[in-house]
Design a protein around this ligand. Structure first.
Ligand code: AMP
Ligand code: TRP
Length: 340
């Protein structure tokens, strides 16, 4: 059978639980914005159905969904260039998710490290949704036949599972229907670490607010968080190799590189031999210069929930127009009778 060639199409998602962090921005959103100009259709989704795999206060979930929409637009996602919407308004995600629950194997899910991390010792009490979540993520991607998925390093395993699901579906039904999606994990900061512990990733839900930079933090808070960020006593080395075994130092260099749009090597070339007393304030100034315009615009957009909701509705209509026919074709391939 001839290999089908799929039109290049970008899809990615972000959960609306908690606020946006610098990790989200450097690991994902910045790349999403750039990909708008690369000749591919771009589809970006606020994945509210993923958020409820752990309990969310309904009021906070609604506010968080609008906040993330505002953040994406403020960061440069243009609703005229990209399809931008929230997941639950396009039922094809949940419907295809069910089909994929029946394709994915329990053994595959058992290998998902994010489930193990999130469920911890209390896996028996985790929701079934948290366990099945990677199959829903595969549905998010494959409902659009997306070929490229820009994500942070932590999502690599889930995109690989998406490839496994597509391969098994195609094999089991003897079709060449779903594309084998590529993860796009690029840039100097694909894994932004916690500012207080360089062995953990920066996340929305960590215990202390001091361990992360939030997109809505003001200048004084950003400066304070970088000042208090954990480091070792040594100055910055002469070469990048000198950062081996210094995760906190490496993290701050990578953050600088991501914000300045330069390589970590270029950061080291500029700051070789500098102490933290020089580097940290420079990093804070850079972060404020990059983030303040985004957070200002974000606050302005958040004041008009009606407009954000209208944009989500329009994006959902556009998304639905792509996903529904793919879902209908999937039902047909599987043998489900569609007589209405
Ligand atoms: P989430 O907030 O978990 O929905 O993540 C949304 C996107 O941000 C995904 O592509 C993640 O890989 C990315 N992301 C989240 N945290 C980080 C981080 N600390 N470093 C790099 N990317 C991240
Ligand atoms: N699971 C992703 C995360 O936790 C979010 C996500 C859901 C996603 N569906 C997606 C990312 C589809 C890329 C493509 O960050």
């Amino acid at each position: 059978m001839a290999e089908t060639t799929f039109t290049p199409r970008v899809f990615s998602g972000i959960k609306p639980s908690g606020g946006l962090t610098l990790g989200n921005y450097l690991g994902a959103i910045k790349r999403w914005v750039e990909m708008q100009g690369e000749g591919m259709e771009t589809i970006y989704c606020v994945v509210d159905l993923h958020a409820i795999t752990v309990w969310q206060d309904p009021h906070d979930l609604r506010a968080g969904t609008r906040e993330v929409m505002a953040g994406l637009i403020a960061a440069g996602i243009d609703p005229e260039k990209s399809i931008l919407f929230n997941q639950s308004q396009v039922p094809a995600h949940a419907e295809l998710g069910w089909i994929f629950n029946c394709v994915a194997r329990v053994g595959w899910m058992n290998r998902m490290t994010q489930f193990k991390d999130k469920a911890g010792k209390n896996a028996e009490k985790a929701s079934l949704g948290l366990y099945a979540y990677p199959a829903l993520m595969a549905a998010d991607i494959l409902a659009y036949h997306a070929t490229h998925v820009p994500v942070g390093e932590d999502q690599k395993q889930h995109v690989e599972l998406t490839r496994d699901i597509a391969t098994k579906f195609n094999h089991d039904y003897k079709v060449d229907f779903f594309p084998i999606t590529e993860p796009v994990i690029e840039g100097p900061a694909t894994r932004v670490m916690n500012l207080r512990d360089g062995s953990k990733k920066m996340s929305k839900s960590g215990e202390s607010d001091m361990e992360r930079i939030n997109m809505l933090d003001d200048a004084a808070t950003i400066a304070k968080k970088f000042k208090k960020a954990r480091t070792d006593p040594d100055p910055l080395p002469e070469t990048l190799d000198g950062l081996a075994g210094r995760p906190e130092a490496r993290n701050l260099v990578d953050i600088y590189a991501g914000l300045a749009d330069i390589t970590p090597e270029a950061v080291i070339a500029e700051y070789a031999g500098a102490g933290w007393g020089r580097f940290k304030p420079a990093l804070a100034d850079l972060a404020v210069a990059k983030l303040a315009p985004i957070s200002e615009e974000m606050k302005r957009l958040m004041a008009d929930a009606g407009e954000l909701d209208r944009l989500m509705a329009r994006g959902a209509d556009q998304a639905e127009a792509i996903a529904r026919p793919i879902l209908e074709r999937t039902y047909d391939i599987v043998g489900l009778v569609r007589s209405r």
